[in-house]
Write a protein that binds this ligand. Structure first.
Ligand code: SIN
Ligand code: FE2
Length: 217
């Protein structure tokens, strides 16, 4: 892992850690707009509440999920896919808030990916003990655009692996406001989240919330 200079030295807003070619952690990148993000989250979850989806194999996921944007990632007995409708309510997912769009575009650009146009935002809510096993993000139509992942709330250990599930992953501690971007040569790397340790965050209580923005369609 290489540590670089302050990215925005005038503001010292953030610093970056390159994980490997195509993958970077932008520390504190989302802090500046945390109030707007949390307000938007509140509105989204009022319309499309967090729910525990079921895997195609029939297991209840420990992470609770919802979405916003033109399409949302869903899982049920028939598989993983993007769907324009919330399968619980039958309604379209809440629209993508401007703050998610702008922040993800700035983060992508700052990681070297210009013209990022996300149409999907998966919102994950982790309680202590919840985890995400190693997986690749590959339900998107095109792997050209990167994934932008925004961490909020209590810290988590993010696992960032190789191109095979059994490649030993790096362990990256992510805290409130950190943004990870992976794309290009890193786009299909396996990644996941270790079981969340208990904690208390001033704004999010005993939770970690993660937003992943993608260009799905
Ligand atoms: C994901 O891969 O969908 C989530 C990653 C995270 O929660 O940090
Ligand atoms: Fe993922």
């Amino acid at each position: 892992m290489t540590m670089n200079l302050f990215e925005d030295s005038a503001l010292c807003r953030t610093w970056r850690e390159e994980l490997c070619p195509g993958a970077v952690v932008l520390r504190g990148f989302a802090l500046e707009c945390q109030t707007a993000i949390l307000a938007a989250l509140h509105e989204i979850t009022a319309k499309a509440p967090f729910r525990h989806m079921v895997t195609p194999g029939g297991f209840r996921m420990s992470v609770a999920m919802t979405n916003c944007g033109a399409c949302g990632w869903v899982s049920d007995r028939s598989g993983y896919r993007y769907d324009a409708l919330d399968i619980d309510s039958g309604q379209p997912w809440p629209r993508m808030p401007e703050v998610f769009l702008n922040l993800s575009q700035e983060a992508a650009a700052s990681a070297g990916f210009q013209s990022f146009e996300p149409d999907a935002c998966l919102i994950n809510s982790y309680q202590p003990g919840a985890r995400m096993s190693l997986h690749q993000d590959k339900n998107e139509r095109d792997f050209g655009p990167p994934i932008v992942s925004i961490s909020l709330g209590i810290p988590a250990v993010f696992l960032f692996g190789g191109f095979r599930r059994d490649d030993k992953p790096m362990r990256v501690s992510l805290t409130h406001g950190d943004v990870v971007v992976w794309g290009g040569p890193a786009r299909l790397r396996y990644h996941g989240v270790m079981p969340l340790k208990a904690g208390l965050h001033a704004l999010l209580g005993e939770h970690r919330v993660n937003l992943t923005l993608r260009k799905a369609a």
